[in-house]
Design a protein around this ligand. Structure first.
Ligand code: DGT
Ligand code: CA
Ligand code: CA
Ligand code: ZN
Length: 571
C-alpha cells in the first residue's frame, strides 16, 4: 500500500459521502487527510509497522482516521468505502467522476433526468435535455460531452502483470462455483498484450445462475455494472473492469475464439467465412440456420480452412495467410529457455548475492546465467569502479566453485555514455564473458544523436548484447527517440543480440520491434534484469512478447546450450 493508494481511498470516501449529502465537516476531514498523505515523505506503511501512534501526530489525522489508515495498510481495503459504494448506484459514481460535474450535479442529473448510464448521459447532453434542469445550462452540456470524450481517452490500460494480480483472487473464488466446465480469460489478456483495457472472462456451463451470483460477490468487487443471467460486468477496487460471459458447451469454442480477438483478426477471419457462405459469431459457426461448429476453437478455425492459431499471433499481422500456407512459426516456449543474461546482485543495486542468484537460476532448470552489475556512471544504482569489478569477479569465481553445475558468465551492464563510448576500461571489458550495453541517462537527445550514440556502442568489437533498446517504462516514460530500424540493421550486420527485457514495466523491445528484428534475421535474448530472486520469474512475460513477435526457439539466443551460446558470442 503506497501513500497515494490510501489517499485515493480517502478521496473516494469523501466523494461518496458528498453524493449522499453527508455532513460537510466529515467530508472535509477525509479530503484533508488525503492531502496530508499525498505529501507525506515517509511511507505510511512503514509508520503503521514501526510506530502506529505517530499517525495521530500528522496534520488532520485523529484517532479515527489513524485507525482507518491501519486497516487499509493491513487489509488493503476499507469496509466503510465498500459500504458507501454499495449504497451508491454505479452510474452515479461514474457521473461524478466526469470532469466538470462533481457529486452535487451528478446527483441532480441522476435524480431529475432519470439518466442511468453514461451513454444515456451522452444522449441527453447531445439532445439538449440537460438545460431543462434548473441550475444546468448549455455550457454544462458541452463540458459533459468533452468530459465523456476525455473519460474514454483516459481509461487507463493496466499492465499485464498487474492485471494478473488483480484477477487472480477473483479466478480462485470463481473456481469454487458449482457446474463450471471451463474457465478462461480471453481478450487481450489471452493474447498476452503488454497492457489490457479490461478483462474478458469466459465460463462454460449449463447452469449459469449460481456462477453469475458468485462472480458479482467476488472479493475485490467495487461495483456491479451489469447483471444478467449469462453476462455480468464488475469493476474491481483497482478500477479494472471485468466482463463475464457464461456459455453452453456447444458455443464455448466459438465464444472463446470471438472474445479472444483481436477485433481486427476476427474481422479478417469472418471475410474468409463469408466466402464459404458461413457465418461466425460468438455462438458458433452457421451455414444458414444450422450450427456446424462451435465446441472448440480448433473446430471454428477448421471451418474456414485454417489450423489453430496461437492467441499471441491473432492481431491481423499476416497470421491468417501464414496459417493458410502452413508458414506459422512454432513459437518459443518458457521451457525452451536455458539461461538468463541480465541480473543484478548486492555488488550494485540487486538484493541477493551472486551465489544465491546462481542457485535460484539452477533451481529454474537453467544451464547458465550472466551477472550484469552496473558500471560507475549509473551512480544511483551504485555502479562499480574497475576495483569493484575485480571484487565481483573474485566473488563469481567463488560462487562458481560452490555451484559447479551451472555456468556463471562474468558480465556487466555497461552504460553507454552520451557520446556512445562505453563506461568501462578496455582491460576490464576484456575480462568479461558477455558484454551487455545500455542507455541509462540523457534520454532527451535528438533522434539522430541518440541513434549515433547507440550505433557507436554497437560498433565496439567487444559488445554482445544491447539491453532494453528503447528505454521506455510502460505508463511512466516514453521510449527515447531513436531510429530502431538502423539499430536492427547494425545488430544484424555486426551479430549483436538485441534484448527483450522481461521486466513487465519494460517489455523492451516491444512486440512489433521484436517482429522487425526477427524478420531481419537478428537474434534476440530474453532477460529478466532481476534484482531479486522472485523477479527471475519475469521470464515468462518476455517469452510472451517474443511469441507476439513471431519468434521460434531458434530466434532466441538463450535457448541455446552453453556451448552453442558461446559460439554465438564469437562475432
Ligand atoms: P482491450 O480490452 O482493450 O485490452 O482489448 P481486447 O482485445 O480484450 O478488446 P475488448 O475487451 O474490447 O473485446 C474483447 C474481444 O471481443 C475482442 O478482442 C474481439 C471481440 N470483439 C469486441 N468487439 C468486437 C466487434 O465489434 N467485432 C468483432 N468481430 N469482435 C469484437
Ligand atoms: Ca479486454
Ligand atoms: Ca471487454
Ligand atoms: Zn539497465
Amino acid at each position: 500500500m503506497e501513500n497515494l493508494d490510501v489517499a485515493r481511498i480517502f478521496n473516494e470516501v469523501a466523494d461518496l459521502l458528498e453524493i449522499q449529502g453527508a455532513n460537510t465537516f466529515r467530508i472535509r476531514a477525509y479530503r484533508a487527510a488525503a492531502r496530508t498523505l499525498e505529501t507525506l515523505p515517509t511511507p505510511v506503511a512503514a509508520l503503521v509497522a514501526a510506530q502506529p501512534e505517530a499517525l495521530e501526530e500528522l496534520p488532520g489525522i485523529g484517532a479515527d482516521l489513524a485507525s482507518k489508515i491501519v486497516t487499509i495498510v493491513k487489509t488493503g481495503r476499507l469496509p466503510l468505502l465498500r459500504e458507501l459504494s454499495r449504497k451508491t448506484p454505479a452510474t452515479l459514481t461514474a457521473l461524478m467522476r466526469i470532469p466538470g460535474l462533481g457529486p452535487k450535479r451528478a446527483r441532480l442529473i441522476f435524480d431529475t433526468l432519470g439518466v442511468k448510464t453514461l451513454p444515456q448521459l451522452e444522449k441527453a447532453a447531445r439532445a439538449g435535455r440537460l438545460r431543462e434542469v434548473k441550475g444546468l445550462g448549455p455550457a454544462l452540456e458541452q463540458t459533459i460531452l468533452r468530459g465523456l470524450g476525455q473519460e474514454k481517452a483516459h481509461a487507463a490500460r493496466v499492465r499485464i502483470d498487474q492485471a494478473e494480480a488483480y484477477v487472480r483472487p477473483l479466478l480462485e473464488h470463481l473456481h469454487g462455483a458449482p457446474g463450471i466446465r471451463s474457465l478462461e480469460v480471453a481478450g487481450s489478456y489471452r493474447r498476452r498484450r503488454e497492457t489490457v483495457g479490461d478483462i474478458d472472462l469466459l465460463v462454460c456451463s449449463t447452469r449459469p445462475a449460481p456462477i453469475a451470483e458468485r462472480f458479482v460477490s467476488s472479493p475485490g468487487v467495487r461495483q456491479v455494472t451489469a447483471r444478467g443471467d449469462t453476462r455480468c460486468a464488475v469493476v474491481l477496487t483497482s478500477g479494472l473492469q471485468v466482463d463475464l460471459r457464461i456459455v453452453p458447451p456447444r458455443s464455448y469454442g466459438a465464444a472463446l475464439y470471438y472474445f479472444t480477438g483481436s477485433k481486427a483478426h476476427n474481422i479478417a477471419v469472418r471475410r474468409l467465412a463469408v466466402k464459404r457462405h458461413l457465418k461466425i459469431n460468438e455462438y458458433g459457426v452457421f451455414r444458414g440456420s444450422r450450427q456446424i461448429a462451435g465446441k472448440t476453437e480448433a473446430e471454428v478455425f477448421r471451418t474456414v480452412g485454417l489450423p489453430w492459431i496461437p492467441p499471441e499471433l491473432r492481431e491481423d499481422r499476416g497470421e491468417i495467410d501464414a496459417a493458410r500456407d502452413g508458414r506459422l512459426p512454432r513459437l518459443v516456449e518458457l521451457e525452451d529457455i536455458r539461461g538468463d543474461l541480465q541480473m543484478h546482485t548486492v555488488h550494485t543495486d540487486g538484493h541477493e548475492t551472486v551465489e544465491a542468484m546462481a542457485r535460484a537460476c539452477r533451481a529454474r532448470g537453467y544451464r547458465y546465467l550472466a551477472i550484469t552489475d552496473h558500471t560507475k556512471a549509473v551512480r544511483v544504482a551504485g555502479g562499480l569502479s574497475p576495483a569493484g569489478f575485480r571484487a565481483l569477479f573474485r566473488d563469481i569465481e567463488r560462487a562458481q566453485k560452490a555451484v559447479p553445475d551451472i555456468t556463471i558468465f562474468k558480465s556487466a551492464e555497461v552504460d553507454i555514455l552520451e557520446d556512445g563510448s562505453l563506461d568501462l576500461d578496455e582491460a576490464t571489458l576484456a575480462e568479461l564473458d558477455v558484454v551487455l550495453v545500455s542507455v541509462h541517462s540523457k534520454f532527451n537527445l535528438s533522434r539522430a544523436a541518440m541513434t549515433r550514440r547507440i550505433l557507436k556502442a554497437l560498433a565496439h568489437p567487444r559488445v554482445h548484447i544491447l539491453g532494453h533498446p528503447t528505454g521506455r517504462l510502460i505508463g511512466r516514460r516514453e521510449p527515447y527517440a531513436v531510429d530502431i530500424e538502423a539499430i536492427v540493421a547494425a545488430a544484424r550486420d555486426r551479430g549483436v543480440l538485441l534484448e527483450i527485457n522481461a521486466q513487465p514495466e519494460r517489455l523492451d523491445l516491444n512486440d512489433t520491434y521484436v517482429r522487425m528484428a526477427r524478420d531481419a534475421g537478428v537474434k534476440l535474448v530474453i532477460s529478466t534484469d532481476a534484482h531479486r530472486i522472485d523477479e527471475l520469474a519475469f521470464m515468462r512475460y518476455g517469452v510472451d512478447q517474443a511469441r507476439r513477435g513471431w519468434c521460434a526457439r531458434g530466434d532466441i539466443a538463450n535457448t541455446r546450450t552453453v556451448d552453442a551460446f558461446r559460439r554465438l558470442l564469437r562475432r
